[in-house]
Design a protein around this ligand. Structure first.
Ligand SMILES: N[C@@H](CCC(=O)N[C@@H](CS)C(=O)NCC(=O)O)C(=O)O
Length: 221
């Protein structure tokens, strides 16, 4: 638990998988925090002040000190509130967890988004090809119920956008025939009580993705 002298504030936009990563970690650690919803079409002064470099949510503000970038925030949370660890204690296993979380950001996030929401069919097919190539690695990495073993860890939390997009996209990202282990993981992870507690209702998730897709398409014109 965060002590009563600690002030923890989280800036976000409900529906953003990057925000939900941080919320899942805070819930796992049972850290109480104040949530502040931002508006990406009209960013708050607070967001611009706390993340002037990327101007992106999520931002965690701990006792007035801002931290940005969801994976960096997860590591900060794990080092600050040490109970219920989300990174393994063994240095090699920690390095591997960081490797796969970075791989998810570098190789899976953009193709998954494009494969689910791009209007152009050719671009969508290309993205799906890239995504499947990347997901194949994750499928082979899944040896137990979760990437973290019997409990969810850093890599599971990083991969939260997979079940989210499976949930909201008209066409699922992939089937159980294509990636059986990942498919089961996606369902188990989404139904984990801590994850469930932090997931907005489907219509709210859907509204977020629809608005983001429209705003990204408008910015490209
Ligand atoms: N690498 C960042 C990505 C965060 C991100 O993409 N945030 C989006 C919302 S999902 C955002 O704030 N976008 C603001 C903008 O595009 O202007 C992280 O892991 O925190």
């Amino acid at each position: 638990m965060a002590s009563s002298e600690e002030e923890v504030t989280l800036l976000g936009v409900v529906g953003s998988p990057f925000l939900h990563r941080v919320q899942i970690a805070l819930t796992l650690k049972r850290v109480e925090y104040k949530y502040v919803e931002d508006d990406l079409n009209n960013k708050s002064d607070l967001l611009l002040k706390y993340n002037p470099v990327y101007k992106m949510i999520p931002v965690l503000v701990h006792n007035e000190k801002p931290i940005s970038e969801s994976l960096v925030i997860l590591e900060y949370i794990d080092e600050t509130w040490k109970h219920n660890p989300i990174l393994p204690s063994d240095p090699y296993q920690r390095a591997l967890a960081r490797f796969w979380a970075k791989f998810i950001d570098d190789k899976c996030v953009a193709p998954a988004w494009k494969s689910a929401f791009m209007a152009d069919e050719k671009a969508r097919e290309k993205a799906t090809e890239e995504l499947f190539e990347a997901l194949n690695f994750l499928e082979n990495e899944l040896k137990e119920k979760f990437f973290g073993g019997e409990e969810i860890n850093f890599v599971d939390i990083a991969a939260v956008f997979i079940p989210i997009i499976q949930e909201v996209a008209e066409m699922q990202l992939f089937t159980s025939e294509k990636f059986p282990k990942l498919f089961k993981w996606s369902q188990d992870f989404y139904n984990h009580p801590v994850v469930k507690e932090n997931m907005p209702p489907k219509d709210q998730l859907f509204a977020y993705f629809k608005a983001r897709a429209q705003s990204l398409a408008a910015n490209k014109k």
